[in-house]
Design a protein around this ligand. Sequence first.
Ligand code: UN1
Length: 512
Amino acid sequence: MSHPLLERLGIAEHPRVVASATESSDRVVVSYSPATGQPIAGVRLDDEGSYEQTAASAVEAFKRWREVPAPKRGQVVRAIGDALREQLEPLGELVALEVGKIRAEGIGEVQETVDIADFAVGLSRQLYGLTMPSERPEHRMYEQWLPLGPIGVITAFNFPNAVWGWNAMLAAVCGDVTVWKPSLLAPLTAIATNKIAQDVAEAMGHDGIFQLVIGTDEAVGKRLVADRRFPLISATGSCRMGRAVGQVVASRLGRCLLELGGNNGIIVEPDADLDLAVKSVVFGAVGTCGQRCTTTRRLIIHESIADAFVDKLASAYRTIRIGDPLETSTLVGPLINEQAVASFERAVSAAREQGATLVVGGSRVAPSELPEHLRGGHYVQPTIFRAPGSSLPIAMEETFAPILYVFTYSRLEEALEMHNSVDQGLSSAIFTSSVRSAERFLSPSGSGSDCGLAYVNLGTSGAEIGGAFGGEKDTGGGRESGSDAWKAYMRRQTCTINFGEQFALAQGIRFE
Ligand code: UN1
C-alpha cells in the first residue's frame, strides 16, 4: 500500500516509484520519513544509459522551446503556478513528510514556488536588453538576451521544492529546459513537483521542458556537471560540493550558479526592540530544525544586554514543541537522518571542549520522551552555547543543526569584525533602532555586512522571492530567484547594425 499523499499527488503508480521498497539497492533508493525512520517508498535510479537519454532529449526539447515567444512561455509557467496552487497542501505535506520540516514550512516552501512562478510570468514580458548609442553614423547598437540551453539544476534536501522553482520557473521563461538532479534524500518531492510542471507543459503542447535525473553522484551527478551540453549548472548544497562542481564546470569553461553554505549572524545592539529580536533569533535558529542555509548560527550581542537576552531566549527555547512535523502544534521537527544527528553531537562536544558554556539543549531527544511512533526519528534539542570569548573554532563551521553560538561585544566595529570573520557570506542581520548603526551595517562602502543578504530588524532566514538570493565568499557568489537573477539563464548578445553605406570603423581607425 502506498502512502496516501503519493496517491493524492498522483505519483503512487509513477514508473519511478516502487511503493513496496523498504531497502535501498543499486537501482532503487528508499526515501525515509525523518520523523519516524520508516520508509515512505522507493524510487528507481537513473544509470548512465537513462542519463544519456534524458540529456539528449533535453537538447531536442530546448531547440523547440526556444522558438516559443517568451510571453507565450510565460503562459505555460502561469498554468504551472495555478497547478501548484491547487496542490499546495498535499505537496507541502509531502515536503514535510519527506524532509521533516513542519507542515506550515512545507506549505510555505511550495508557496515560494508559486510566488516565483508568478514573478516569472511577469518577467516573460520584461527580458529587457539595453540600447546604446553607437559612435558611428547610421549605426544602431543594442543588446538582446537569448535562451542559453538546457540547464542542470542540482538541489539539496532542505528545500526540495522551492530551489527547483527558483531555477526552473526562470529558466522556462528564458527559453531554457531544466534537467533536475534532486537530493537522494527527497526524491519523492522531486517526482511530484516535476510531474506537476511536466504534465501542464505537455498538455499545452510543450513536452520535455522539465526533466528529472535521479541518481548517485557517481552515476549521474558527475556526468551532468561535466556535460558540455549544459552551459549552466546551478547547484545548491555544501561548500565542499560547490568546490567540486565549480572546478569541473570551470575546466570546461561552463557557467556555474552556486548557492552554498552560510554561517549567518545576527548583531543585537543595546537600543534594539528586544522582543522583536528574540522572536527573530528563535525562528532563525530553530526553524527547519536549523537546516536552512540561512539559519541563524551566531548571535553577536552587546555585552550590556547579553545576560538578560540569553535568559529570554533560553525560556523561549524551553517552550518549543519538538515532535511530529505534520502535527500543527509542533514547532521543530527532526533532523534529516542519523548522520545529521551525529554531526550535531560532534559540534556539541567540540563546543564543550573549546570552552563554550551550554545554556540550553545539547543532546538528542531521548526516545523515551517521544511518542511511540516517533522513536525511530532523528530529534535533537535546539541548543544554545555561550562562547568563551571572541573565538570559538566550531562556530566557524556550518553544522546543519539547531545550534546557536552567542558572542558578546562592546563596540559595533568589533561586532562587525566578528560578524564578517567566517568563510561564508550568505545572510546577516542587525537589530537596532539607530539609523547610524543600521546604515553602518549596510554601508555603501561595503565595509558593513559582507553577505549577499542583509536585514535590519528581521532575522537571517525567510527571504522573499523578489530579491536576488545568494551570497559571497564560500557561499559561492551565485544569485537565484528575483531581481535580475534571470540573466544567469540567458546569453547576452551585443548587436550592431550598419544601416548606411559608409565603411566606418570604431575608434576612428582609417583603413582605406
Ligand atoms: C536554503 O536554505 O537553501 O531565505 C534556502 C530563506 C528561504 C530559502 C532558504 N526563503 O530562508
